[in-house]
Design a protein around this ligand. Structure first.
Ligand SMILES: [Ca+2]
Ligand SMILES: [Ca+2]
Length: 316
C-alpha cells in the first residue's frame, strides 16, 4: 500500500470514528442459527428466521429517541415524532420539548435516559430505524427500511421492510427467536424456562412497581435473558412488523413481551392476543430494533488497515 492510499485509509478511519462519536449507538446481541425451525408449541407459526441478525440488547431508550428528536423534529415536527405524553403523563419517558428560536429542542431527564422510550407509534419506530439506517443526522425518515411517503395513519399494511435494510423494527419471527429460542429448542419465557420470572427481581411486569421502578438488580433493567437481551420480558410491550389483523379500516401491528402493567401471561411465547393500531402512542408501548450484522469482509478489511497502521507506528 503506498503512502497516499494509506493516508486516505487512515483519514477514512478517523472520519468513521468522528461520525460514530456524534451518532447514537445501539448495543446489540447476535442471533445465529439461521434456518431454525419454527416453534411447534405455538403451532409452528413463529420463530423461524433464515438469516443471521443482531437484535437490540435493550428496548430503544428515551435518550436515543431524544437524539432522534433533536435531529429530525427540531425545525418542525411534521410527522408527530414527539408526543406530549412523554413528558406530561405519569408514566411518560420524561422527554421534554422546548420551543426555541427556529423550532424545538428536546431534553430527557437524566434518570430516564436509559429507560425505554414510550408513547411511540409503529410509524415512529419505522422512522427511527430509517434514520438510523440512513446514517442519522438530517438524513431521511421516509425512505430506507420502510418506504413511508409521509404515511401516519391506521392502514399501511402494504408498508413492509425493503430489501437492503440495515436497521428495522423487529419482525415477529426475529423477536420471537431472540426471546424464546436457544440450542435448537424453545421456551415459554425468555429466561429459557417455563417458569415466570420474579416480579421486580427479574422482570418488570404485573403493575407493581411501574415502568420506572429501579429495584431489580440494582439498576434499571431486568435480569439477563437467555440470549443476552434485557426486558424482552416486560418493561414495555414492543412493536413488531407483523399484521395480526386487518380490515377495511385498519391494519394492526404486532406487540410482544408484556409490560409493567400486565401480568406474566403476556410474557409468554403463546401470548399474541394483544395488538395495536399502528398509530397508537401509549405509555406501555415501545420497540426494539434488528440490525444486519457487519459483513465479515468489512471487519477483515478494517482489521487489516489497523494492522498496517500499527506496523508503521512501530517503525517510526
Ligand atoms: Ca408519534
Ligand atoms: Ca419489553
Amino acid at each position: 500500500m503506498n503512502k497516499t492510499l494509506l493516508c486516505t485509509a487512515a483519514i477514512a478511519l478517523l472520519s468513521l470514528g468522528g461520525i460514530a462519536q456524534a451518532n447514537i449507538t445501539i448495543e446489540t446481541v447476535a442471533i445465529g442459527n439461521a434456518g431454525n425451525a419454527a416453534d411447534p408449541y405455538t403451532g409452528s407459526l413463529y420463530g423461524s428466521v433464515g438469516y443471521n441478525y443482531n437484535i437490540g440488547k435493550y428496548e430503544v431508550t428515551a435518550g436515543q429517541y431524544t437524539a432522534f428528536l433533536n435531529a429530525k423534529a427540531n425545525v418542525s415536527d411534521a410527522y408527530g415524532l414527539y408526543n406530549a405524553d412523554m413528558w406530561n403523563s405519569s408514566y411518560g419517558c420524561k422527554i421534554q420539548q422546548t420551543s426555541v428560536t427556529g423550532g424545538y429542542s428536546y431534553a430527557v431527564d437524566s434518570a430516564f435516559a436509559n429507560r425505554p422510550v414510550n408513547c411511540v407509534s409503529f410509524w415512529d419506530a419505522c422512522r427511527f430505524t430509517n434514520w438510523l439506517g440512513n446514517g442519522q443526522g438530517n438524513n431521511s425518515t421516509e425512505t430506507g427500511a420502510y418506504t413511508l411517503n409521509n404515511y401516519n395513519g391506521p392502514l399501511g399494511g402494504n408498508i413492509q421492510r425493503n430489501s437492503g435494510w440495515t436497521y428495522a423494527v423487529t419482525s415477529e419471527d426475529e423477536w420471537y427467536k431472540a426471546a424464546y429460542y436457544k440450542n435448537g429448542g424453545y421456551s415459554l419465557y425468555a429466561n429459557g424456562t417455563s417458569v415466570a420470572p420474579g416480579v421486580e427481581t427479574d422482570s418488570n411486569y404485573g403493575g407493581i412497581g411501574g415502568i420506572y421502578s429501579t429495584t431489580w438488580d440494582g439498576t434499571i433493567h431486568g435480569a439477563l435473558e437467555q440470549n443476552g437481551t434485557k426486558d424482552m420480558m416486560g418493561n414495555v410491550f414492543e412493536w413488531n412488523e407483523a399484521i395480526p389483523y386487518q380490515n377495511a379500516n385498519y391494519a394492526s401491528r404486532g406487540l410482544r413481551g408484556g409490560s409493567f402493567l400486565y401480568n406474566s401471561y403476556y410474557l409468554q411465547s403463546s401470548s399474541r392476543d394483544i395488538y395495536g393500531y399502528p398509530y397508537d402512542e401509549i405509555n406501555y408501548l415501545g420497540f426494539r430494533v434488528s440490525e444486519v450484522p457487519e459483513p465479515s469482509s468489512i471487519i477483515a478489511l478494517l482489521g487489516g488497515l489497523a494492522g498496517l497502521i500499527g506496523i508503521r507506528r512501530r517503525k517510526a
